[in-house]
Design a protein around this ligand. Structure first.
Ligand SMILES: [Zn+2]
Length: 408
């Protein structure tokens, strides 16, 4: 099965000269007006907008014709998402605060040169007369991917020119077609949580017992969250809103980096098994038993979990591994051995009142996720695993060590 993987690589416009920047700023103003103008038609039909707006727009706005079309597409996207949200927000019209300029293949080119400042140059056609070339700098990770793209491993799609705090950034949208593994032989169940950010277990088609569980501790992220919420509180007292925002972004970057590393590890874990497929929980049910105070952090956690799932899916797909999301009822409350559903799981350890199973709580949930998929794939009933080693529940808080599932 083939799948298209998409990715955005961000580069910074590096030491641009004033003439180029003012041309870009003028273009942004014009583009902003144009998107607003298209929005005033109040239509989500591209054909309608093209028929009734395109020729007029060419006369009214000094922009490349390709930009006139991407502005129309943007207006349609904005209106569509506004219409979806309108049920919740009481507002007549979408109010546009800022916009980025979308260049497609007809109006941009990107090349590697021998220039000493930076080898990467992005050339943009703004209108009939103006063409500018901008030096672009990338961070280490981003540069690796852009190099791959220049070698033809990725396909260049659009470039979004984004202005943030007076500085310009180029967001390159890249895509690639990957061949995903057919007929998987190992199901990797991954449970996401707070104590352990991720808990993985493998269930193979040949060997019925789940094997080699692995934990990725949430201690690091908890530490970062705690540290920054402490700083935030003290800044709030001093009313330093600007600083609060800045450290918020810094916190986000640090947590992001941790999530990337975990995602990479999880995919490495999956790769050690024959023909893996990853299964995770559909997010809205991720935290079934949450108390009142935990709700405050809900949005923050939901954000991290969603990101982690996206990173895992993206990295897995690049390795040909499919990722599926299922919605099993009570994956954390169900005993994976006898199927009994307990009312509450408070502890780090899952205790089954019916069959007496005592098991690491996250591992139990991961096995339930994996089993939900193996049942769906008709692998037959999986033999229940033997009880884990006693030390397991204690070790579970450690950082990412592999723990064998042996009989106790
Ligand atoms: Zn049980």
């Amino acid at each position: 099965m083939k799948k298209e993987v998409q990715l955005t690589v961000v580069g910074k416009v590096f030491k641009p000269n004033k003439r180029k920047i003012s041309a870009l700023n003028r273009c942004l103003e014009e583009y902003f007006k144009l998107v607003n103008w298209y929005l005033s038609f109040n239509s989500t039909s591209k054909t309608f907008l093209h028929r009734n707006g395109y020729e007029k727009a060419k006369q009214l706005f000094n922009l490349n014709t390709a930009l006139i079309q991407t502005a129309r597409d943007k207006a349609v996207e904005i209106l569509k998402s506004f219409n979806e949200k309108r049920k919740k927000v009481k507002s007549e019209k979408p109010k546009l605060k800022r916009i980025s300029i979308r260049f497609d293949k007809r109006c941009y080119s990107f090349a590697k040169t021998t220039n000493v400042l930076t080898p990467y140059w992005l050339t943009l056609s703004l209108n009939r007369r103006t063409r500018i070339s901008l030096p672009i700098k990338f961070g280490k990770r981003q540069q690796e991917i852009i190099e791959e793209a220049l070698q033809g491993k990725w396909q260049f799609c659009t470039v979004e020119m984004v202005k943030r705090n007076g500085k310009w950034y180029a967001h390159f949208v890249l895509k690639k077609e990957v061949e995903l593994i057919d007929e998987p032989e190992t199901v990797i169940g991954i449970d996401l949580g707070e104590w352990n950010v991720a808990t993985a277990v493998a269930v193979s088609k040949q060997i019925p017992k789940p094997t080699r569980g692995q934990f990725w501790s949430g201690a690091k992220i908890r530490y970062i969250r705690g540290k920054y919420s402490h700083i935030r509180r003290s800044l709030q007292r001093k009313k330093r809103i600007d600083l609060i925002r800045r450290i918020g972004r810094k916190e986000g970057r640090i947590v992001n980096q941790i999530l990337h590393t975990i995602a990479k590890d999880v995919v490495e874990y999956a790769k050690q098994f024959p023909k893996p497929i990853i299964v995770m929980e559909k997010l809205k049910n991720i935290r079934e038993n949450m108390n009142g105070s935990a709700k405050l952090n809900r949005r923050l956690h939901a954000w991290s979990f969603r990101k982690l799932q996206t990173y895992i899916e993206y990295k897995a797909n690049l390795e040909g591994i499919s990722v599926v999301y299922i919605n099993p009822k009570n994956s954390s409350k169900r005993c994976h051995r006898c199927g009994h559903v307990t009312r509450k799981v408070d502890d780090r350890e899952f205790r089954c009142p019916k069959c007496g199973l005592r098991y690491n709580r996250d591992l139990n949930a991961a096995i339930n996720l994996a089993h939900a998929l193996t049942r769906g794939m008709g692998w037959g009933s999986r033999e229940p695993p033997e009880l884990p080693h006693e030390a397991l529940a204690v070790k579970a808080g450690g950082t990412g060590e592999a723990l064998p599932l042996r009989a106790g």
